[in-house]
Design a protein around this ligand. Structure first.
Ligand code: PAF
Length: 299
């Protein structure tokens, strides 16, 4: 496995991959890799001849009040994960490489449609999805991958990236990989490291609310309203969880779900002891994304 840092090196590497007629998968990350990232890299390694993992804490997707400076970083541990999961290259650019004129300077940006980027997380993180779309477009332009791997935990991001690839005609297949969870249901996230034991316990309200919603959706006579109610009830019992949104939306259009016959995703965002967490579950699947847990209160 090799570290790649600069644009000329990327260009040479991509040209060599093309010349050899090999397929390339890219796994964009911000580092501090966990089992969810490992699943992305392993999926890429299975389907592609070569895999590059990109590690870049992208400043343009963080708001001024957000955790850019304290976002967890551990390159040595990340490299071990990449190697074990089958990556051939790890791209670790610095900010000047990705934003030659500086991250705040006027420069071309990729602006996703408002319908995908301004609701849900976008309503609480102004400019976030412009930052995500811009950096993902740069990574696609640099690495020209055949496939790119994204985790479904960042469900709104997957909708934004799918639209970006289609609208800007990148010849890349976007592959979405299911959320990996801790044994108790908590969705894996690099930000879980911020959670002290009590906050971590409170954070279980998110996955339990989604579980309750998913179960309600399986009942005869279920409607979008009954699903939301079931999930709301669980969140209401978690006193320390400040819910930002609980939404039942169409999985691609992100519009409010009208009927459960449509492909729906129940998504939640909440702040727990100062840490913002998100999670979601697809209602269309034959089974929940995690084992059935008792929907007990987290108070
Ligand atoms: O999901 C992430 O880690 C980031 O949003 C991404 C896609 C790597 C862009 O910075």
């Amino acid at each position: 496995m090799e570290l790649v840092r600069g644009v000329p090196e990327v260009r040479r590497t991509v040209a060599a991959v093309r010349r050899a007629g090999r397929s390339l998968g890219v796994v964009p990350t911000m580092g501090y890799l966990h089992a969810g990232h490992r699943a992305l890299i392993e999926a890429a390694a299975q389907a592609c001849d070569e895999v590059v993992v990109t590690i870049f804490v992208n400043p343009t997707q963080f708001g001024p009040q957000e955790d850019f400076n304290r976002y967890p970083r551990d390159l040595e541990a990340d490299l071990a994960v990449c190697e074990a999961a089958g990556a051939r290259w790890v791209f670790v650019p610095d900010t000047a490489t990705m934003y030659p004129t500086g991250p705040d300077a006027p420069a071309t940006r990729v602006v996703p449609p408002a319908s995908l980027s301004e609701g849900l997380c976008g309503a609480f993180r102004e400019g976030h999805f412009v930052g995500v779309a811009t950096v993902v477009a740069k990574l696609f332009a640099l690495w020209q991958p055949d496939r790119a791997y994204f985790g479904l935990k960042d469900f709104q991001q997957t909708a934004v990236v799918r639209a970006l690839a289609a609208d800007l005609m990148f010849p890349v297949q976007i592959v979405l990989v299911p959320t990996v969870r801790e044994a108790d249901g908590l969705a894996m996230s690099s930000r879980n490291v911020y959670l002290a034991p009590e906050a971590r316990r409170q954070a279980l309200a998110l996955s339990r609310a989604l579980q309750a919603g998913w179960e309600a959706a399986q009942l005869p006579g279920a409607t979008p309203a009954t699903v939301r109610e079931a999930a709301t009830l669980v969140l209401a019992q978690a006193s320390e969880v400040e819910v930002q949104y609980l939404a039942l939306v169409h999985e691609e259009a992100l519009t409010p779900l009208v009927a459960l016959s449509e492909p729906g995703v129940l998504a939640v965002a909440a702040v727990v002891a100062g840490t913002r967490l998100i999670d979601n579950v697809s209602l269309g699947g034959a089974a929940p994304l995690y084992g059935v847990l008792p929907c007990e209160a987290v108070s």
